[in-house]
Design a protein around this ligand. Structure first.
Ligand code: CUA
Length: 249
């Protein structure tokens, strides 16, 4: 009998606590804390020259590249590197230095590196992070000409469809020549009938492709696994990509 009362008291307590939290969310607008790496300045790659030979670098690892992909600093400079990830866990090693940190979702890791030797330092990912893990690399140029502005960010909207497919690493899983891969080939895809894993059939028109890129998990083609990440492709790029897919007869 006593157990029953204790159990009822515990349930009432949990319900009351949940109610208080719900009330706090409603009335005071208290929400969940934002993920640290969603907060500027850590959500984008950036090199800030604070003083001669002193840099602050915001380094973002993402499947499957580093942002910024190339960095230039002058010899003898010291860099404070703040490392975050835009997606999964990566491991970041600047070859030839003691910089070897994990990029962990939701956190920003920090280390200071001194670049004494002139030359190119290779940056590699040393934590398995997906299909293109072995190709995930960046470079830090240590050169007297570091005063030159960092390479301008590529304007993705201007890239033709094929380059965009590579830019977003789509081609890691989807071939454009009909060969088999982790995902269906894009060759002959447009206008074809697709059988989904629930047995229904759809036509791969523009609307379908757009949905497949935006919400890859919602319409899985029969015979394939639900492994494609949401890439957050901007609509300009999306239309360029779809126009390109339409040409792959
Ligand atoms: Cu990133 Cu492996």
């Amino acid at each position: 009998m006593i157990e029953k009362r204790v159990a009822i008291a515990a349930i009432i307590f949990v319900l009351a606590l949940t109610g208080v939290i719900a009330l706090a969310v409603r009335t005071s607008g208290i929400g969940l804390p934002t993920c640290l790496t969603d907060v500027r300045p850590f959500n984008e790659g950036k090199v800030i020259e604070q003083a001669p030979k002193r840099y602050e670098i915001h380094y973002v690892a993402r499947m499957w590249k580093f942002d910024p992909p190339e960095i230039s600093v002058v010899p003898g400079s010291t860099a404070d590197i703040y490392l975050s990830t835009a997606d999964v866990t990566h491991g970041v090693n600047i070859i030839g230095t003691n910089f070897n940190l994990m990029a962990v979702p939701g956190s920003v890791n920090y280390a200071r590196v001194k670049f004494d030797r002139t030359g190119d330092y290779l940056v590699v990912c040393n934590e398995y992070c997906g299909l293109q893990h072995q190709n995930m690399a960046g470079v830090i140029h240590v050169t007297e000409k570091a005063a030159a502005p960092p390479p301008p960010p590529a304007a993705p909207a201007a890239l033709p469809g094929k380059a965009l497919l590579e830019e977003y690493a789509c081609t890691a899983c989807h071939s454009i020549d009909g060969s088999a891969g982790t995902g269906p080939t894009l060759k002959g895809l447009f206008g074809s009938k697709r059988t989904l894993d629930d047995g229904t059939t759809v036509t791969a028109d523009e609307e379908y492709l757009e949905h497949a890129i935006e919400k890859p998990g919602e319409q899985i083609v029969k015979g394939y696994d639900n492994v494609m990440p949401e890439m957050g492709v901007p609509s300009d790029d999306m239309h360029t990509i779809i126009q390109f897919i339409e040409t792959l007869k």
